[in-house]
Design a protein around this ligand. Structure first.
Ligand code: PHE
Length: 341
């Protein structure tokens, strides 16, 4: 029995010390100390020993059991520590790895064009105004000399909020002319960029929402020559020195006389090409001398003051600058498109 115990001790200790996992260790525990374990089997034979032999053998058996239990505990702790170590290694965050760079936003091509236009006007002493997109018909039409029944007031063209057609999404930035006249000291030099809305179906050149830039000057002695001189200077700054322009008569209710301004096609020099659709000229804006009725309604004496105003479409400007063929690309905001500018 003594030899049996010694053999169990040496075998078990060797196995336990080299166990590679908690599961393996548990198997060893059961194998030696379990109910049907090897040591337990030896202990069960104690009864067959003589009373003289028993105490010494009992003590030896207890020592073996204690040794095995101690080995189980030591190896168990070692394995536990190793497992923790491994887990910490696996889950470690390396704070020295360079981070993923945040994507910084990209300026929209239309706002690149707008900033260029703003810079030019600010350089000439103009102030930039912002105004409401939900507008009163009073400002969008009445005070702009577009009386009841004017075709632009039609429900088929304009987004109204009420049955009486008094509150609407502004159809132009021109109400900012009146708002400036009513709130600013004379003389006035302003531009007012912003969104406008019209009931147009979406296609390559139309959108129910688009952007305009309004411009206005009011002072004593302002004439059509100021209008032409200023707008020619702006076009030269936008499209280069020597840019040729022309002014065609037109009609707007709030200007008299009214005109549209064309720029000679920079692509073909006026011969006609796809960029100018064979016309040689590209229409860029509507303008005119502010109608005396408009000045009068805003409390400005047309016998003392005069002024000019213009309104241009910003999308068209950007499409021309960046050679964008389809208006929809401007509003879809696909980064693959936007990042090209
Ligand atoms: N508001 C006009 C339009 O939308 C443009 C314009 C502005 C014309 C100012 C003359 C003066 O077509």
């Amino acid at each position: 029995m003594k030899e049996q115990l010694a053999k169990i001790r040496s075998e078990a200790l060797a196995a336990m010390e080299t166990a590679q996992s908690a599961a393996e260790l548990e198997t060893l525990r059961v194998q030696y100390l379990g109910k049907k374990g090897e040591l337990t089997a030896v202990l069960k034979q104690m009864g067959r020993l003589s009373p003289e032999e028993r105490p010494a053998m009992g003590q030896l058996a207890n020592e073996v059991r204690a040794a095995l239990e101690a080995a189980l505990e030591t190896t168990g702790k070692k394995l536990e520590a190793a497992a923790l170590e491994a887990r910490m290694k696996a889950e470690a965050v390396d704070v020295t790895i360079p981070g993923k760079p945040h994507k910084i936003g990209h300026k929209h091509p239309m706002y690149i064009a707008l900033d260029e236009i703003k810079d030019i006007f600010i350089g000439m002493g103009f102030t930039v105004l912002d105004g409401p997109e939900v507008e009163l018909a009073t400002y969008n039409f009445d005070k702009l000399n577009a009386e009841e029944g004017h075709p632009s007031r039609d429900w088929s063209d304009t987004f109204y909020f009420d049955q009486d057609s008094r509150v609407m999404l502004r159809s132009q930035t021109s109400p900012m002319q009146v708002r400036a006249m009513e709130t600013m000291e004379l003389p006035i030099r302003i531009i007012a960029p912003g969104r406008v809305y019209r009931k147009d179906e979406v296609d390559a050149t139309h959108s129910p929402m688009f952007h305009q830039v309004e411009g206005m000057v009011i002072d004593k002695g302002i004439t059509m020559a100021d209008l032409k001189g200023t707008l020619n200077t702006v076009m030269e700054q936008l499209y280069g020195k020597g840019t040729v322009t022309r002014f065609r008569p037109h009609h707007f209710p709030f200007t008299e006389p009214s005109c549209e301004m064309d720029v000679q096609c920079h692509k073909c020099g006026g011969k006609g090409c796809p960029t100018c659709k064979g016309e040689g000229w590209i229409e860029v804006l509507g303008a005119g001398m502010i109608h005396p009725n408009v000045l009068r309604m805003a409390g400005i004496d047309p016998n003392v003051y005069s002024g000019w105003a213009f309104g241009m479409g910003l999308e068209r400007m950007a499409m021309r600058s960046f050679k964008i063929a389809d208006l929809r690309l401007i509003f879809e905001n696909d980064v693959r498109f936007l990042e090209q500018f």
